[in-house]
Design a protein around this ligand. Structure first.
Ligand SMILES: C[S@@+](CC[C@H](N)C(=O)[O-])C[C@H]1O[C@@H](n2cnc3c(N)ncnc32)[C@H](O)[C@@H]1O
Length: 250
């Protein structure tokens, strides 16, 4: 499965700016899920789905890979996890600390490149990454590192923008690639994960977004995907249009 290391660009550089760090979550992150799924999914539903998929026990050590201001990290810490949130941007880490202090949640924010994680083998209870896979220069290597540090049976939650299937999206993504972003197909991400020792569990595609969970270990049978719970989705006409739910058979 080929995945050459990409070159960084404005997408990566702009993360170092204080203004980006300050505005990212209120102006984009909190709205982006609804915008990209044309209103059929929201950030609140994303966070609830992540927590359901992770099914963490209190005190579990979770790492947030490419945390930005730590939306996932703060959410999981509030629910009782011990979270280490990693990012290369000092500006984003400071913003994460600021928001965590306002919200009264404890998150350990650490400046570190997630291509080489500062954790021992099999020492972490869960990992999450929201939207950052599109920014990592070698996502395949990050998945390998993640698999290395996760305990046997530990879950990984990923949200990312997948390669567009239709031409308007392809054109837009071709332009965004020039800024340093990458848009893998979900088949590529699953193949990198399997190669790393992470078994795909469930995956849902909503518009260009993929919400996927994996589990560390080679001998774990994949859990069948189920239809979205009642109340998650829009009426059937929307569901037919996107045909999002996908089942992994391997
Ligand atoms: C799209 S944002 C992530 C948003 C965040 N996960 C959330 O859910 O709100 C991508 C983040 O990944 C970080 N990042 C990119 N490459 C990284 C790397 N190699 N190591 C650590 N963080 C990285 C960027 O600094 C940026 O904050």
């Amino acid at each position: 499965v080929s995945a050459p290391r990409r070159r960084g660009g404005p997408a990566q550089w702009s993360n170092q700016l204080r203004l980006t760090a300050r505005l990212y979550e209120p102006l984009w992150r909190r709205r982006s899920i609804a915008i990209l799924t044309r209103g059929s999914f929201t950030t609140e539903r994303e966070l609830a789905l992540m927590q359901r998929r992770l099914a963490l026990t209190p005190g579990a050590h979770v790492i947030d890979l490419g945390c930005s201001a730590g939306l996932y990290a703060r959410t999981l810490a509030r629910a009782g996890a011990q979270v280490t949130a990693l990012d290369v941007s000092a500006a984003f880490l400071r913003e994460g600390e600021r928001l965590a202090a306002i919200e009264g949640v404890a998150v350990r924010f650490v400046r570190h490149d997630v291509h080489a994680l500062p954790f021992a083998d099999s020492s972490v209870d869960a990992a999450v990454s929201g939207g950052s896979l599109n920014e990592f220069l070698d996502p395949r290597a990050v998945l390998r590192e993640t698999a290395r540090v996760l305990r046997e049976g530990a879950p990984l939650w990923l949200m990312y923008v997948a390669a567009a299937e239709r031409w308007p999206g392809r054109v837009l993504q071709a332009l965004l690639r020039l800024s340093g972003l990458g848009f893998p197909t979900s088949a590529e991400v699953d193949a990198w994960a399997i190669e790393a020792g992470l078994q795909p569990e469930r995956s849902e595609r909503r518009g260009p977004l993929v919400f996927a969970s994996y589990r560390r270990g080679s001998g774990i049978a994949p859990v069948a995907a189920t239809s979205p719970s009642p109340g998650w989705d829009r009426p059937a006409i929307r569901r037919r249009r996107f045909n999002w739910e996908r089942r992994h058979s391997s």
